[in-house]
Design a protein around this ligand. Structure first.
Ligand SMILES: [Fe+2]
Length: 337
């Protein structure tokens, strides 16, 4: 098996690329929306064809890249039967997903969330947020249950051979990989601990509520924020000409978001002064930090991509969204007169 471990610094998330080098078929486990371009770049460099995007669970801290990857590559999206409804293939304990000659075996490992699964490929197990290096996922939100997690780890994951390589969904302290045997001996939360002791540890963690919980979970249930082109007749946001759009910015101190790719942002047409560049694939993640009542102006080249973004955002509950109708083309025309 060919494998790459990829990291998202913003959410401390590991994404795994696994592939069958013989057939060139590949899968991504826990892709992050804002890293889709990176992932597609690695696939291209290694001449691999993406066949599946698998999520270990409905994430609360980042937006899955599965939906975007499906749009871009036609790959299948895969998740637990208890997870996101939007996926192409729902799996449960014991199922096997085949990618080339790789057999990806599903092990239900609920506890962090009720839909959590681990994926076993040969002697590598991708544990999502069930088992970390010297840690575990939290169990205090989103149908989490410490008793279930204890059972998942001690009875299912620890039943794997000691030499099984464990690839976690996150790490916050610089670890990358561990083994089942190592965690059985050294995991401070669970090694040698009784169920009661484990529950007491989990209850005592007092972790802050995930910043993005309320928005990331509903978005991920739909495979991430789909940024297909919006309905041109959507009326819930304003579609304004340059002059009116600029008055909106001035009057409401709106945030100007340019959704073009970075090379376009600095290209021939330039950009509106003060605009921040958030390419399409990163909008879903960035939107987690915007207030629902925040005045936002979206800009692209012709007004089409930004219209799609506006359409999606109003559906998500954003209430003060404006599209620059003719994009930078209209803006240049209007400001050169
Ligand atoms: Fe999680």
């Amino acid at each position: 098996m060919l494998m790459r471990q990829l990291f998202d610094q913003e959410t401390f998330t590991y994404t795994y690329l696994i592939a069958d080098p013989k057939t060139g078929e590949a899968a991504l486990i826990d892709p992050v929306a804002g890293q889709v371009e990176r992932d597609l770049g690695v696939l291209k460099d290694l001449e691999l064809e993406l066949k599946a995007a698998l999520d270990t669970h409905v994430h609360a801290d980042h937006i899955t890249g599965a939906g975007l990857l499906r749009e871009r590559t036609g790959c299948r999206t895969v998740a637990s039967i208890a997870g996101a409804e939007c996926v192409d293939l729902h799996v449960e304990d014991g199922d096997v997903v085949t990618v080339g000659n790789l057999a990806i075996e599903v092990i239900a490992t609920p506890g962090h969330t009720d839909d959590s699964v681990s994926y076993l490929v040969g002697n590598h197990v991708f544990t999502g947020d069930a088992l970390f290096v010297r840690g575990t996922g939290r169990t205090d939100f989103q149908n989490g249950d410490a008793g279930d997690l204890y059972q998942s780890i001690t009875e299912k994951l620890f039943a794997l051979p000691d030499e099984t390589m464990v690839w976690p969904g996150h790490d916050y302290r610089g670890h990358t990989v561990t083994t089942i045997g190592e965690e059985k001996r050294h995991n401070p939360r669970i090694a040698g601990k009784s169920l009661a002791e484990f529950k007491a540890i989990m209850e005592g963690l007092n972790l802050p509520r995930p910043r993005h919980l309320d928005r990331a979970v509903p978005a991920n249930r739909e495979c991430g924020l789909g940024l297909a082109e919006g309905d041109p007749h959507a009326t819930e946001f304003s579609d304004l000409e340059t002059t009116d759009a600029m008055s909106f910015v001035a009057e409401q101190a709106a945030t100007i978001v340019d959704v073009r790719e970075p090379h376009e942002f600095v290209g021939e047409l330039g950009h509106v002064e003060g605009a921040e560049n958030v390419p399409l694939s990163e909008i879903a993640q960035a939107a987690l930090d915007w207030r629902f009542d925040q005045p936002l102006l979206f800009v692209c080249r012709s007004g089409r991509r930004s219209r799609g973004v506006c359409d999606q955002l109003v559906k998500r509950g954003f209430r003060n969204v404006v599209n620059l109708r003719d994009g930078m083309l209209g803006y240049r025309k209007a400001t050169s007169l």
